[in-house]
Unconditional design. Structure first.
Length: 157
């Protein structure tokens, strides 16, 4: 295959193996491939070596750029939908492990704790109550009048 064919995009297979951005779609597909490999459990170093990138950092940046590119198309409603789907998946995982955990399976119990923690973070339930979270406690030695005087002094001052 000639260099001209590669640059014109006539052979997507060879472009996918190239280590340079020739065509936006090809770069995106390589980024998606790298992301899928990462999801499958490959290390960034393994991905870099197999896909011909210079380093694990380059692969990390590629994946990050791809996700950033896709994020610009995600609207607020879509984000809520994705979050709801992720929470529903966590609930399904919880249901699947519950029986084993109740029978004393330590691994199932540990997994349930991790699922609960993730659920709390993703749902925002771990943020707490803002109204009570900002309460100030003032400890003043002495009698009630001294306490009231201190409060008045703080309010005035």
């Amino acid at each position: 295959m000639s260099e001209k064919e590669t640059k014109s995009g006539n052979s997507k297979a060879s472009l996918r193996l190239a280590d340079e951005a020739v065509d936006g779609e090809i770069v995106k597909s390589r980024a998606l491939e790298a992301y899928e490999r990462k999801l499958a459990g490959q290390s960034l170093s393994e991905i870099a070596e197999e896909m011909g990138y210079s380093s694990a950092t380059a692969v990390s940046q590629l994946i990050s750029n791809r996700l950033g590119w896709e994020a610009q198309f995600v609207e607020e409603n879509d984000q809520k939908t994705v979050r709801a789907l992720a929470l529903a998946r966590l609930e399904k995982q919880h249901q699947a492990l519950w029986q084993s955990a109740m029978y004393g399976d330590i691994r199932a119990n540990l997994a349930l704790l991790q699922i609960a923690d993730r659920y709390m973070k993703w749902s925002g339930a771990d943020a707490g109550d803002v109204a009570t979270g900002q309460a100030t406690v003032l400890v003043v030695g002495g009698d009630e009048q001294a306490y009231l005087d201190k409060l008045k002094g703080m309010a005035d001052g």
